[in-house]
Design a protein around this ligand. Structure first.
Ligand SMILES: Nc1nc2c(c(=O)[nH]1)N[C@H]1C(S)=C(S)[C@@H](COP(=O)(O)OP(=O)(O)OC[C@H]3O[C@@H](n4cnc5c(N)ncnc54)[C@H](O)[C@@H]3O)O[C@H]1N2
Ligand code: MOO
Ligand SMILES: [Mg+2]
Length: 439
């Protein structure tokens, strides 16, 4: 039996990220797939460029190449306040007793190009975001002034260049704006929109084929015959695959027959980057998965891992022109299937998807709200709820039996407390590492 850390090293090294040349697609920032509010009659921001070849950009795509821009940011010197654009030399030593008095020669709202060059003794009325007029270097905010007709009285000396957002002070044209391998979330999309980067090269979503094995399995819509069990794994795993940023290819339920398995596995490895099956990986007479993998030329890297639940996890690879197809034979017991997914498969999918950082499992230190027990021989995962109380993480184990066939108390689980090999008890109020499985 492999230790968890050995298994983890093997698995994560087997996974090669998608290729920055071949495995990409274009997405269009302007097409979100949502209601086309931009085209509404009351909107002045008519979007004339609609996506043609590019798919809609939804959050959580991964950038496949770096983004640079020919634009500085800010694009031009502009005011950070509503106030007056002045020449610092005119106002640097004024105060309430000895205010500076300047003649207002222009008013500059945002979006308007200034016309005049401001001379000594003059100022321009300016608003937040408006372009600084030539000759000025500083903005005095409105609250530090008094207006008298077309003159402004400056009551407090500003600092040089105060409230001026200088062209290029946040970003200079040509520098890297966003690196490849990052998730496009709201903040990145704000940057891309500001720089008019509307067509983006992102990684295609990894394709993950999934099927369940077992003569006893039926889909949730069928009346149960004696001895039958509902296939719950496939629906849960498909959801997790989507949450990991991949696209599930649903291949149904496959009988515990070598020929059927052979056909399904051969199809799956020809159509997916990763293949996941559940069931048929233990030592029973109908557990054929490993032998079929071998008969199809698969190389088995992992047969058993010292975890509870999840011991009989099987991991194999099939060589391919581009990168090996990684096969995960998850144990059939419902909790074991999900635990092995969270612990090993989810990071593997995220790594394959092109994410440069943050694909590894995330652990959080929490206080156990109740005692946690383990046999001590295998790394044991206790499922339950992670929450924050008074700024401190706490872990509440799920009530009822912690048994890998008990999927009922798995509902609402968002963390797996980890009891390492050799630890048989973590007492209430003691610290425990919890694997976060929120997404
Ligand atoms: N003699 C031994 N028996 C078992 C061992 C062992 O070490 N020695 N390991 C046990 C452990 S641990 C697990 S986990 C299971 C793994 O079994 P398999 O991967 O071979 O899975 P199956 O035998 O096909 O099914 C096990 C169990 O799970 C139910 N199942 C299967 N698929 C689904 C599904 N898609 N949805 C819901 N439930 C499913 C199935 O009906 C069985 O009840 O082996 C132990 N045995
Ligand atoms: O992996 Mo099996 O559950 O560990 O029951
Ligand atoms: Mg079995």
């Amino acid at each position: 039996m492999l230790s968890v850390s050995d298994a983890e090293n093997i698995i994560f090294n087997l996974v090669q990220p998608l290729n920055t040349q071949q495995d990409t697609e274009l997405v269009d920032l302007l097409s979100t797939g949502d209601t086309l509010l931009d085209l509404s009659p009351w909107s002045d921001g008519f979007s004339t460029r609609r996506a043609r070849d590019a798919a809609a950009l939804r959050a959580d795509r991964i950038l496949a190449s770096q983004v640079t821009s020919e634009l500085d940011f800010p694009h031009w010197d502009n005011s950070a306040m509503d106030g007056y654009a002045v020449r610092y030399e005119d106002v640097y030593n004024c105060n309430e007793d000895k205010p500076a008095v300047l003649e207002i020669v222009e008013e500059i709202p945002a979006g308007v190009q200034p016309k005049s060059t401001i001379q000594s003794g003059q100022a321009a009325r300016i608003f937040t975001g408006a372009v600084m007029p030539t000759g000025t270097d500083t903005v005095v905010m409105q609250e530090r002034t008094r207006r008298e007709g077309n003159r402004v009285i400056i009551l407090t000396a500003p600092k040089l260049q105060e409230f001026v957002r200088k062209r290029g002070m946040y970003y200079r044209a040509g520098e890297q704006l966003l690196p490849p391998g990052i998730l496009l979330k709201a903040s990145e999309i704000a940057v891309l929109a500001a720089f008019q980067c509307t067509q983006l090269k992102v990684f295609r979503r990894p394709r993950v084929a999934i099927f369940s094995t077992g003569d006893e399995l039926v889909t949730p819509d069928k009346p149960l015959q004696p001895g039958q069990i509902v296939d719950s794994n496939r629906y849960a795993l498909a959801t997790l695959i989507r949450q990991s940023g991949a696209e599930p290819i649903m291949l149904g339920i496959v009988k515990d027959k070598p020929e059927a398995l052979k056909e399904a596995i051969a199809y799956a490895i020809a159509h997916a980057d990763i293949v996941i099956s559940s069931g048929g990986v233990s030592v029973g007479d109908y557990d054929y998965v490993e032998q079929i993998l071998e008969s199809l030329g698969g190389k088995i890297h992992v047969r058993d891992i010292a975890t509870k639940p999840g011991k009989p996890l099987t991991v194999a690879t099939f060589e391919n022109d581009v990168r090996p197809i990684v096969y995960f034979g998850l144990p059939g017991n419902p909790v074991a299937a999900l635990v092995t997914f969270w612990r090993f498969v989810q990071p593997a999918i995220k790594k394959l998807s092109g994410l440069a950082q943050g694909w590894e499992p995330v652990y959080i230190k929490a206080l156990a709200r109740q005692e946690l027990c383990s046999g001590g021989k295998r790394e044991t995962y206790v499922w339950g709820q992670l929450s924050v109380k008074n700024g401190v993480y706490e872990f509440q184990p799920a009530g009822g039996l912690q048994n890998s066939g008990n999927l009922i108390n798995l509902a609402q689980t968002n963390g797996l407390a980890v009891l390492p090999v050799g630890t048989t008890l973590i007492a209430a109020k003691e610290q425990v590492q919890v694997l976060q499985i929120g997404s």
